[in-house]
Design a binder for this molecule. Structure first.
Ligand SMILES: Nc1nc2c([nH]c(=O)n2[C@H]2C[C@H](O)[C@@H](COP(=O)(O)OP(=O)(O)OP(=O)(O)O)O2)c(=O)[nH]1
Length: 146
């Protein structure tokens, strides 16, 4: 039987899209198997929902913020990052437009991490290559505007 792939969207929220130096990381509080691991805020795209709309909805629900989306962080093989055997994730850079991020839902801690601090937290396994790509952007100081 073929398993359907679950589409996830997430945001690499940075301090500035024109010269990113820090990334907002979120620690999961549930489910138990993932609690304590760090990720990019976001979630599953609902049936019939457009990806950007899903991402804005998730960020409002989880962090209480509005963002401006920048460039997409494209995976080496196609746009989507294969985060688990059944889930693939699209990632966009984003910057805050309104609200102060708070761990309202699904997370119990948030941290702004500089390029040399990204390894300080235990990321979800599927995020490790994504974070490595993000580290290069933070260190490189190039614009990630849309
Ligand atoms: N949001 C997010 N999910 C990730 C990341 N890396 C990773 O492997 N995942 C996995 C964890 C989950 O199995 C899945 C996303 O599910 P989720 O629980 O965040 O989605 P959701 O907010 O829509 O949750 P729900 O409605 O199903 O409760 O993708 C990441 O960086 N961000």
């Amino acid at each position: 039987m073929q398993t359907r792939t679950v589409d996830v969207v997430a945001a690499a929220i940075v301090d500035h899209l024109d010269r990113p130096t820090r990334l907002l990381a979120a620690r999961r509080s549930a489910p138990a198997a993932l609690a304590g691991r760090w990720e990019l805020p976001g979630g599953k795209v609902e049936p019939g929902e457009e990806r950007h709309a899903a991402l804005h909805r998730e960020l409002a629900e989880e962090l209480g913020v509005t963002v401006a989306l920048g460039a997409e962080l494209i995976a080496p093989e196609g746009a989507a990052w294969p985060i688990t055997a059944t889930h693939r994730m699209r990632v966009w850079f984003a910057s805050l437009v309104d609200g102060t991020p708070a761990p309202l839902e699904d997370h119990d801690e948030l941290r702004w991490l500089a390029a040399d601090e990204l390894d300080d937290v235990p990321w979800l396994d599927g995020d490790v290559p994504i974070v490595a790509a993000l580290a290069r952007h933070l260190a490189g100081g190039r614009a990630v505007t849309g």
